[in-house]
Design a protein around this ligand. Structure first.
Ligand SMILES: [Zn+2]
Length: 426
């Protein structure tokens, strides 16, 4: 269970702002959580781990992981992913780097970890698949990686609800439909006798409604495990995350889920959200919910800003970290008042997600001769740049890393529709 945080003393937001401006260190937040689930098919799994350490043996480097896995066509992929995804992600982060570098390395490591987990699971020859919504909480920084339609929402101080994931459902994601079609898949509804079409949009072969997942070796390789990743930094007022499978989201819009549990401690909040979903829709699907409160540390409670503004669009709520000459003062103020958006990328193309070795600041020496996905050692002659084109196309940077082993390179080509069959072969 999470540590207790007692609310003793109220500190006005203005005091915190001035504290930050004076350069005083605001302590690490307190993380409290609760979970609740109702099973129908037994294919939902979740992971809670609050004692991870960036630096082994250093309790000051502790971070937490929360994840939901909603399996389909069996539970094997969900179980395998729960058991392996975290270590595959951590295994892709260079050693001996600072906290800032570690946070910067996370988006790439998440992509590598997701793809490696998918590859490993498929090599077992089992046919099930799973969504994965994987959340890392380190201090006030939240990093979310997700494939499928298990969402993570953020209810920040001030009552603004925002989505930290995108839904990889063919029905709702036009961009993903285009990608799947461009990679050789077909998108359409199920046809019944007489030609009538029913149900949500699915991809063929396979008939899956999702455009991204882990596992699913019996559908086309264009159903990729490359996650959408978003990294934000909460203000020192904190916020609440709600991570849940579609059993919740098919019953409750994000706003309603957030509202239904406001004011409750995390443990009760998770139970309340599940209860609310069941009340609305009944138990039609596995329903899993984790509520995570990232709040100011012991005896420090921030009074929320008065009269929160409602924003019609989620996007407008975020302030991107400015790379221009904005003064430090403005930057600090913005990071206290609203959530700071640090990173966001959803492309399914590995060459875009793994970046250039030369442009990534973190220690490249170790990575040069290591596969960027499976972390296998490569002989100098063996690695193929992630940027190298096929024999039919020329790439601008075929000599730059990161590099992939032959097997991971094969997978990359298949995901992008460059392998003739388009099926997941082994
Ligand atoms: Zn590899």
């Amino acid at each position: 269970m999470a540590r207790r945080c007692r609310h003793r003393e109220l500190v006005p937001l203005a005091a915190l702002i001035s504290k930050e401006l004076k350069g005083e260190k605001i302590e690490r937040p307190c993380v409290r959580f609760g979970s609740a689930a109702q099973s129908r098919k037994g294919e939902d799994y979740f992971l809670v781990k609050t004692d991870c350490q960036r630096v082994h043996g250093n309790p000051n480097s502790t971070f937490s992981v929360f994840a939901v896995f909603d399996g389909h066509n069996g539970n094997a992929a969900a179980i395998f992913t729960r058991e392996n995804l975290l270590s595959h992600v951590l295994g892709a982060i260079p050693r001996g780097i600072s906290r800032d570098e570690w946070l910067q390395a996370l988006p790439r490591a998440l992509v590598a970890g997701f793809v490696k987990t998918d590859k490993e699971f498929q090599s077992r020859g089992e046919t099930s698949g799973t969504t994965a919504t994987f959340v890392i909480v380190d201090g006030w920084t939240i990093t979310v990686a997700s494939v499928g339609d298990s969402r993570c929402i953020l209810d920040s101080q001030g009552g603004v609800v925002s989505l930290l994931t995108v839904d990889h459902r063919l029905e709702e994601n036009a961009e993903e439909r285009e990608r799947v079609k461009a990679s050789g898949g077909e998108v359409g509804r199920l046809s019944i006798v007489g030609g009538a079409e029913i149900g949500p949009l699915r991809c063929w072969p396979g008939g899956l409604c999702l455009s991204r997942s882990i596992g699913d070796m019996d559908v086309g390789e264009f159903i990729v495990p490359v996650p959408y990743v978003k990294q934000v930094k909460l203000s020192s007022a904190g916020g609440r995350l709600i991570i849940a499978s579609d059993g919740i989201w098919d019953a409750l819009p994000s706003e309603m889920a957030a509202k239904s549990c406001r004011g409750l401690p995390a443990e009760l909040a998770a139970v309340q959200v599940v209860k609310e979903a069941l009340r609305t829709r009944g138990l039609k699907d596995d329903t899993t919910c984790i509520v995570v409160d990232v709040i100011p540390p012991d005896n420090l409670v921030v009074t929320p800003p008065s009269s929160p503004k409602k924003m019609s669009k989620f996007k407008s709520f975020f302030r991107r970290r400015s790379r221009d000459s904005a003064s430090k003062l403005t930057k600090k103020l913005s990071s206290v008042g609203i959530v700071e958006e640090i990173f966001e990328e959803g492309s399914a193309m590995l060459s875009e997600r793994l970046g250039n070795e030369s442009s990534s600041s973190v220690h490249t020496s170790a990575g040069l001769f290591m596969c960027a996905i499976c972390q296998m050692d490569l002989a100098p002659s063996e690695g193929i740049s992630v940027h190298a084109g096929s024999i039919f196309s020329t790439s601008s940077k075929p000599w730059e890393g990161p590099f992939l082993c032959a097997s991971c390179r094969n997978k990359k080509d298949a995901m992008e529709g460059k392998r003739p069959s388009g099926f997941k072969g082994l």
